[in-house]
Write a protein that binds this ligand. Sequence first.
Ligand code: TYD
Length: 208
Amino acid sequence: MTDSSAAPGKFITFEGIDGAGKSTHIAYVVALLEKHGKTVVSTREPGGTALGEKLRALLLHEKMHLETEALLMFASRREHLAQVIEPGLARGDWVVSDRFTDASFAYQGGGRGLERAKLEALEQWVHPRRQPDLTLLFDVPPGVARARLDATRTLDKFEQEQADFFSACRAEYLRRAAQFPERMVVIDSTVSIEETRARLAEILQKLL
Ligand code: TYD
């Protein structure tokens, strides 16, 4: 256990294509941080606020123009930053978010083909000075991810996409990981849950 009272909080984001296994590992990371005495705010995108959750329902279930989708993702993000992320970090809490802007580059950019310059403009508008301190990118081939999506649950709009969509999302995620090595760590998510946990503990140790 370490005393965290004087240390500022960190912003950690989780990324990966649907079925990559990130949800399984978020709870583990939150518990690990709390064990080290951190106050953790666990949140998600799209969503994380009352308004954001309404936008999420639209984004995950309604067909819409590609640019409308990107704009609503960033509208949800703007609210999330204002209501949850920035206040949490200002208090010294650790903010753990299931997805953030890398997902917009991967899904709306890589997957749907929106020009990168438009996403960069939105990023500059919505959070010109804020980036995650650490982004954990859970990486698996789309075939493995698909097999992991629970066959019994109703798949949302994104989860219904085909393998080539997820290959393009994954390629963009990996491109960004190569572009931002100071904050992004690629985690091979084809291995066992125990092996991944050991890797996560090792990575987080450096931040604690
Ligand atoms: P996800 O985080 O995978 O939640 P769940 O496990 O409950 O399905 O679902 C969010 C979906 O939203 C996911 O398919 C990716 C998509 N998404 C984008 O397309 N762009 C974004 O900017 C964000 C944050 C998410």
